[in-house]
Design a protein around this ligand. Structure first.
Ligand SMILES: [Zn+2]
Length: 95
């Protein structure tokens, strides 16, 4: 069967704001797509057995971006955009 290959979007990872997931046997086994997700930078496979649409649906979080790092070039790729963009109220507490 022919496998589809989709390139992810490379983004700048924001520690503490974005959710980082790792490539492992569990999440590759969970995927049902006959396809691979490729690093948007170098084209290496970052996750097997997933389509972009499927990854978006499965990994989506309410207000965090879900990011996966390419093991080859270390680029961060967007796996799922937030389901809802939330306005953040930043409160600065000053003593
Ligand atoms: Zn890469």
């Amino acid at each position: 069967m022919r496998r589809t290959r989709e390139r992810l979007e490379v983004i700048e990872y924001r520690p503490g704001e974005d959710r980082l997931v790792y490539r492992n046997n569990d999440n590759e086994a969970e995927g049902r797509s006959h396809g691979d997700l490729l690093c948007g930078n170098c084209g290496e496979v970052v996750l097997s057995n997933w389509s972009k649409e499927e990854a978006q649906t499965h990994f989506v979080m309410h207000d965090q971006r879900v990011v996966i790092q390419c093991l080859a070039c270390k680029a961060y790729n967007l796996l799922a955009a937030p389901s809802e963009k939330v306005e953040q109220n930043i409160v600065l507490n000053r003593a």
